[in-house]
Design a protein around this ligand. Structure first.
Ligand SMILES: Cc1cc2nc3c(=O)[nH]c(=O)nc-3n(C[C@H](O)[C@H](O)[C@H](O)COP(=O)(O)O)c2cc1C
Length: 179
């Protein structure tokens, strides 16, 4: 199974959490730092589509920004997921591939609940990705959510190991529609 990680972090040099996660996985899977590949934000759509076609499990890793993602991920979706390729009557290129989001909120995960200060679970905030996945026919796997900012270096190392194990696992469960 070919696994590819698409990482959207605007300043990976200054990153602590995403950098540590990448260090753990980049010897196992092709890890693409999109902000470094496209510093001017102009995405090579054909290249991205070719890489996606050759991938069985698509990992999309990013820090949570404003309860969503950094802007380049949105641009990447807008440009790469074209009609007739990703969706529409002949747009079947990604069908049945696995889609795994790996998200790092800065705040504690305990704040992301109906009772918590942010009112919504992280999986609820990720619904636009899940709805997109429904449209393009990918299997929307339970996301890997890591509040690594809240963790010590040792805890973060353990999280990074768990991340690698998760994305290399042979059997991943899908997220339910309203989970
Ligand atoms: C522009 C911006 C927006 C952010 N929005 C959120 C947010 O909505 N929720 C949250 O929990 N953390 C938020 N954060 C914190 C980041 O998610 C956190 O710093 C990041 O995940 C840590 O990973 P890193 O060390 O790889 O940068 C935001 C940070 C920035 C710079």
């Amino acid at each position: 199974m070919k696994v590819t990680a698409f990482v959207f972090h605007p300043n990976i040099e200054k990153s602590r959490v995403n950098k540590r996660l990448i260090e753990e996985i980049n010897e196992e899977v092709e890890t693409r730092l999109l902000y470094e590949i496209y510093p001017d934000g102009v995405i090579d759509v054909t290249k991205e589509q070719n890489i996606l076609e050759q991938t069985d499990r698509i990992i999309i890793q990013f820090p949570m920004y404003w309860y969503s993602s950094p802007a380049l991920l949105k641009e990447w979706q807008d440009k790469v997921l074209t009609y007739g390729w990703a969706y529409g009557s002949n747009g079947n290129s990604l069908r049945n591939k696995e889609l795994v989001l790996a998200v790092t909120p800065g705040a504690s995960i305990s704040q992301y609940s109906h009772e918590g200060s942010f009112k919504y679970k992280v999986t609820e905030l990720l619904r636009p990705f899940q709805a997109t996945s429904n449209l393009i026919g990918t299997r929307f796997i339970k996301p890997f959510i890591a509040d690594g900012m809240q963790q010590s270096d040792n805890e973060l190392s353990l999280t990074a190991q768990q991340y690698k194990d998760y994305i290399m696992s042979s059997d991943l469960d899908e997220l339910e529609a309203y989970e």
